[in-house]
Ligand binder design. Structure first.
Ligand code: PBG
Length: 332
């Protein structure tokens, strides 16, 4: 054969050939849109660290979810911002909780889209940690108590399922969460509600903008005793295996872009659907660069989403869900 071997570039020479060779295809079918809901009426407050994302009240949320559905996106995931926070995070499990109310309204007014409820205490606790805390206020000596937190998560699961959640997504990284939730759901007749487990969730700097959006930064200390060390890979595999053994239906890796190796490993090792969370910081840094004219937002976002899919994610939680659906449909 002549040198050089021109097989690689021969297949890139024409647009139609490039389309035929494309190995990963994005479509709105993969997307899950994260949304932030709070009390009030007519609220649509832009999150300053996340341009294009809003805190919504239930009425504006209903409109937003309709437009997401009409773009062909199969699901949304809801995060709540309660009026009041307390030590136990009661806003997470009370039937009057903001997400519970939102689910009831969406079930009635927006059929035809899957409603995923995130389950965690950090948005609802006054200290901002994802579980029950002893020694609150003492950054050096506080403790996030695993087992007492499980009881609250079980209660929250049943409450959210009762309010109409189609899927529950525990994000707090407490040991035993999935089995505790599964048992509680099955006991209460919700054996058809799947659990999308945030299985490998890292203690990441890329959650910064979300914590502004959800008003949930820890008031003291950090999340290093429950979220994973970014340096660890084997531990992620163990976390995912444990969640699967406990009954998780779908495994999630979070964040996505800095953890593509973990997504690829999840895909290779576990024959269940894999989700990845293209988190707030991954969104905001491209937004910020685009605003400065340093990056083309559309190209950088679609490249990110394609890479996450190529690594092995079947579904992607992304703040670009609506924009990307429009870009892919050629309507924006
Ligand atoms: C709550 C939760 C967080 C995110 C999703 N669920 C924040 C955190 O763990 O501090 C982050 C999502 C994002 O950054 O987009 N536990």
């Amino acid at each position: 054969m002549a040198f050089p071997d021109h097989r690689p570039r021969r297949l890139r020479n024409r647009p139609g050939l490039r389309r035929l060779m494309r190995e990963t295809r994005l479509s709105a079918d993969r997307f899950i849109a994260p949304l932030f809901v709070r009390g009030g009426k007519g609220v649509r407050t832009e999150i300053s660290a996340m341009p294009g994302q809003f805190q919504l009240s239930i009425d504006t949320l209903v409109d937003e979810v309709k437009s997401i559905r009409d773009l062909g996106i199969p699901a949304v995931i809801l995060f709540g911002i309660p009026d009041k926070k307390d030590g136990r995070g009661s806003g997470a499990y009370l039937p009057t909780g903001i997400v519970q109310q939102a689910l009831t309204a969406l079930r009635e007014k927006v059929p035809g889209i899957e409603l995923i409820a995130d389950i965690c205490l950090c948005e609802y606790t006054d200290h901002g940690h994802c579980g029950v805390v002893t020694g609150a206020g003492n950054a050096a000596a506080f403790s996030v108590e695993n087992d007492p937190t499980l009881e609250i998560l079980a209660e929250a699961s049943v409450s959210l399922a009762r309010a109409g959640a189609h899927v529950l997504a525990p994000s707090g990284m407490m040991d035993g969460t999935v089995r505790t939730m599964r048992d509680a759901l099955d006991r209460e007749g919700f054996d058809q509600v799947p659990i999308l487990a945030y299985a490998a969730k890292y203690a990441s700097a890329f959650y910064g903008p979300f914590r502004e959006a959800a008003e949930s930064p820890p008031q003291f200390g950090d999340r290093a005793t429950y979220q994973m060390d970014p340096a660890n890979f084997r531990e992620a595999v163990t976390e995912m295996r444990l969640d699967l053994e406990e009954g998780a239906d779908i495994l999630m890796v979070k964040p996505a872009l800095a953890y593509l190796d973990v997504i690829a490993a999840a895909r290779a090792r576990f024959d269940v659907p894999i989700a990845a969370y293209n988190v707030s910081g991954e969104y905001s840094m491209i937004k910020a660069a685009a605003r400065n004219g340093w990056l083309d937002e559309r190209k950088a976002a679609l490249e990110s989403l394609t890479a996450i899919a190529r690594a092995g994610a079947d579904m992607i939680l992304t703040y670009w869900a609506k924009d990307a659906a429009r870009w892919l449909a050629g309507t924006a």
